[in-house]
Design a protein around this ligand. Structure first.
Ligand SMILES: Cc1cc2nc3c(=O)[nH]c(=O)nc-3n(C[C@H](O)[C@H](O)[C@H](O)COP(=O)(O)O)c2cc1C
Length: 483
């Protein structure tokens, strides 16, 4: 479900929302909910509580970087000598496509000016809890929640003490108490202040409360001749830590693995304009390729003729016939995992016409069929370059499990994904699939096969689930990467 960040809306729309929510004594978020509910129920209030909002326009790109912000931070600057570094932090965050709204404590304004913070952030700067301009709609609550992360830099001993005790007697401490967002603190203070028993207690309490800290570093203090632990982390370090909290690294369990996937039907020519085909859409194989790529694998997808867009980040080789598919599969070896989801034609026409076959009085031309190469069996039985994990698909219209068990034994692959493709299931060309994963039982009697039946799912869900099983198997077997 998409989420809506109110502060990224057009200025006119924001003003309208603030005015309307103030009039109705609701928070801006609640007001948006009410508007949406009214729209859905067809009871829309006239859209002019005070003044008509200007026509909505797309969010403008950041004036400095030209990029559209992807996240937002409320940056609280405390009253420490390191406050000057926080001006650089604003720039570092904006470089990372993070919008920054600054709050300066009263003490912070002794070290840096709101004007400097405003010029660098291209935003209004907030300093006062009892500011009638921003508090008519509880502005401190918006600053606390209408962001993705709160960063406090420098986090002074005093600010941390207030946080640990739950004070809320100024704008900064009220925001920190009212937020439900993650908080990143960059402490900065004299080493004696940092090592003081009171600060130690406060730091321990804040860590128990789930607050994340970066630094302080060891080094020279601003005070002449003093050194020790207490220097605020550099702006770049704080920006990187913030980015990690805003965009946690996506797990890539198949990083370093090469995965080969086949998908779609094959077309077996009868003559230059006619061919034998099947109803496979390629959706399942494409979804598996996308899931493997999302898991960090290098993915090669060999696809028969389909009406689908190539998945992002996947090397796609487009082929027509079974023989071309086999050629490309062989050329793609070695791989760590091979998943053969294509519906490869079992037969092709032996006497393929060089010219378009014509109707003649002699009747219908006899079509002789010959067997196509069996790609799954060929690759499963390789002595050299056999992928450590070979997965086949069994599309059956009757005796699904029995036929799939027989196929697993006959082809020599490791797993079979069996699906019922009878017309009534709508699997061929449809978006959903009901599959059974058959695999040789580890530690079981020779030839014993485990059957794992999954509920009806979308093809994307089947793909995700299959790749999750692959990830587990790779981890269990600690497969060496293909080379
Ligand atoms: C020149 C000067 C430098 C200061 N530097 C720091 C500092 O680095 N860290 C700190 O915790 N307090 C420092 N203080 C003390 C804070 O300014 C003081 O505790 C203030 O109340 C903190 O306000 P705040 O809660 O708004 O941050 C400094 C004070 C002065 C006069």
């Amino acid at each position: 479900m998409a989420s809506l960040t109110i502060r990224k809306l057009d200025e006119g729309v924001k003003t309208y929302l603030r005015l309307r929510s103030a009039k109705n004594r609701r928070s801006v978020e609640e007001e948006v909910r009410v508007i949406l509910r009214e729209l859905i129920e067809g009871r829309e209030e006239p859209l002019t509580p005070f003044a008509a909002p200007p026509a909505a326009s797309p969010a403008p790109p950041s004036p400095r970087t030209g990029a559209v912000a992807e996240a937002s931070v409320t940056l609280i600057i405390g009253g420490g000598i390191a406050a000057y570094k926080s001006l650089d932090l604003i720039r570092r965050l904006k470089e990372r496509r993070v919008d920054v709204r600054c709050v300066l404590t009263k003490a912070a304004q002794q070290f840096v000016t709101p004007l400097a913070a405003s010029a660098l952030s291209h935003e209004r700067v907030y300093t006062d809890l009892f500011d009638p301009q921003s508090e008519f709609d509880a502005g401190h609550i918006r600053l606390a929640r209408d962001c993705d992360l709160i960063v406090v830099a420098p986090a002074t001993a005093d600010l941390m003490a207030k946080m640990a005790c739950g004070h809320a007697d100024d704008l900064a401490s009220a925001i920190l108490l009212a937020t439900n967002r993650k908080i990143l603190l960059a402490p900065a203070m004299n080493p004696l202040m940092w090592n003081n028993a009171a600060t130690r207690r406060n730091v321990a309490q804040l860590q128990r409360d789930g607050v994340v800290m970066i630094g302080p570093n060891a080094g020279e203090m601003a005070e002449a001749g003093e050194a020790g632990v207490g220097r605020m982390s550099e702006a770049i370090e704080i920006a990187v830590a913030a980015e990690r909290l805003l965009r946690p690294p996506v797990p890539r369990p198949l990083a370093g693995k090469r995965v080969l996937i086949t998908a779609g039907p094959t077309h077996e020519p009868i003559d230059p304009v006619r061919y034998i085909a099947n109803r496979s859409s390629g959706k399942q194989g494409f979804a598996i390729a996308a899931a493997a790529q999302a898991a960090g694998a290098e993915v090669i997808l060999v696809s028969g003729p389909v009406d689908l867009n190539d998945p992002d980040g996947v090397t796609v080789k487009h082929v027509e016939s079974a023989r071309q598919m086999l050629e490309h599969v062989q050329a793609s070896l070695p791989v760590d995992i091979a998943i053969f989801a294509a519906a490869v034609a079992d037969w092709r026409v032996a006497n393929e016409g060089e010219q378009k076959l014509k109707k003649t009085s002699a009747g219908m031309p006899p079509l002789q069929l010959v067997e196509n190469p069996d790609i799954l069996a060929t690759i499963s039985k390789l002595s050299d370059k056999r992928p450590p994990l070979v997965i086949g698909f069994a599309a059956e219209t009757e005796h699904l499990i029995d036929n799939a068990k027989a196929k697993l034994a006959r082809k020599g692959c490791d797993w079979i994904v069996a699906n019922d493709v009878s017309p009534a299931t709508g699997v061929m060309g449809g978006d959903r699939n009901t599959v059974h994963l058959l695999s040789r039982k580890s530690g079981g009697e020779d030839g014993e096969i485990a059957v794992d039946s999954w509920p009806v799912m979308t093809k994307e869900q089947v793909a995700t689930e299959l790749i999750a099983h692959v990830v587990k198997s790779v981890a269990d077997k600690s497969l060496e990467p293909a080379s």
